[in-house]
Design a protein around this ligand. Structure first.
Ligand SMILES: [Zn+2]
Length: 397
């Protein structure tokens, strides 16, 4: 009887809460005006020149995601927090962000030429194309839909098959209690420096349209099946060649990026709380649309680590022949690297074009592989997999 009453009570609390739940997000201060004009509520609680804490209605999350995409070309563009206190703490953690930008953890040296070149030569565009097509074939990979759960099961089983026979590798779900889609993490334990961790990640969810998100067709071929295909190809080459890193490597397919970097934030916050030593993070979010003439790989300069990003440029010059690179900016919270940056870890974000030349089809039913600048191939994404292999080996040593 008591249990029954508690159930009735909690259902009542939950259902009233669902109508009016207010949540706190951090967002670029350049987006305040737009948010206040377009959302039911958007109260600026605290602000700095770069970042603002907004109190919004939880029901407006998807709308905000859409607006940030349409108005600012940002894939995510804001971060959802667990409380007002936490959001304000993030706003005020300039010192942590400064550290994340300026840290110089390692000797960024290039010494593994023979191994890297052998591994890079095995990167296979057809396999990447296949992975993009498979992921795009789910109706959507939305964080609340069954197909978004099924697509992560597909990523998990694909990664398990790639790692079969490797006793140093395991693939696990990272469960999120507030929504059904899990993140997927493959851990390859370092042979000599297992407490030093490299994170190679990208988001696995997709989104399209304004309403009916669970049912909306969202192939997300470029955003971000291309990034997951890039990560998958890096690990496939790693396993095919029997490469064993000295540092621990974590490959991550994050849930729920499109609705405020929720999946990566949960993981990065947990790593921080556990005092894990993450020495490098790289984010692959959109790799298959060649949108900028004469520029292949574009590194985001804001909210990223300077030294590691520069090192990745040197890796391209050394190993990824015929590929040009440059810089752009994407604003606060544009993708999952921001979750790591915000807690002080050094992160880089190599992107497919400048922000001005971003693929206009993302977040619609038309984000398909035939609609990108590499025309029905994974030719552009392949360049990122080659860079990722070089990063893995030179950082893993
Ligand atoms: Zn994305």
């Amino acid at each position: 009887m008591k249990k029954l009453w508690m159930m009735v009570l909690s259902v009542a609390v939950l259902s009233t809460g669902a109508f009016a739940k207010e949540i706190y997000v951090t967002i670029g201060s350049d987006a305040i005006d737009m948010s206040q004009k377009s959302l039911m509520t958007a109260n600026a609680i605290a602000t700095s020149s770069e970042i603002t804490v907004l109190k919004i209605n939880e029901k407006d999350i998807e709308k905000l995601s859409h607006l940030m995409h349409v108005n600012f070309n940002r894939c995510g563009g804001f971060i959802v927090h667990d409380s007002e206190q936490e959001a304000i703490a993030v706003l005020n953690n300039n010192a942590v962000r400064k550290t994340a930008k300026s840290l110089n953890f390692l000797n960024y040296t290039i010494t593994e030429g023979e191994r890297v070149q052998n591994m890079i030569s095995r990167v296979n565009e057809f396999k990447m194309r296949d992975m993009i097509l498979k992921l795009s074939s789910f109706n959507n990979r939305y964080y609340k839909s069954q197909s978004g759960v099924d697509s992560q099961a597909y990523v998990k089983s694909t990664w398990e098959a790639i790692a079969a026979g490797r006793t140093d590798a395991k693939v696990e779900y990272f469960m999120h209690s507030a929504w059904p889609q899990p993140s997927v993490v493959m851990t390859v334990e370092g042979s000599t420096m297992k407490d030093e961790i490299l994170v190679i990640g990208g988001h696995a969810d997709s989104i399209a349209g304004f309403w009916g998100r669970e049912r909306a067709r969202a192939p997300g071929a470029d955003d971000n099946a291309s990034g997951i295909a890039t990560i998958t190809e890096i690990m496939r080459v790693m396993m095919e060649t029997g490469y064993k890193p000295q540092r621990t490597v974590k490959f991550m397919a994050y849930a729920a990026e499109e609705v405020g970097l929720k999946g990566s934030k949960a993981i990065a916050d947990q790593y921080k709380a556990q005092g894990k030593n993450v020495v490098g993070v790289v984010q692959f979010d959109m790799t298959n649309h060649k949108g900028t003439k004469n520029l292949d790989i574009v590194f985001m300069k804001d909210f990223t680590n300077e030294a590691q990003t520069k090192f990745m440029g040197s890796l391209i010059d050394t190993y990824v022949t015929g590929v040009s690179w440059g810089y752009s900016k994407c604003g606060y919270g544009c993708s999952d690297h921001a979750s790591w940056h915000n807690v002080g870890y050094p992160a880089s974000m190599p992107f497919e074009s400048t922000m001005g030349d971003i693929n206009g089809k993302i977040h619609t039913k038309n984000d398909t592989i035939d609609a990108v600048g590499s025309q029905d191939t994974a030719d552009h994404a392949e360049k990122f997999a080659r860079l990722g292999v070089a990063y893995l080996v030179e950082m893993g040593k």
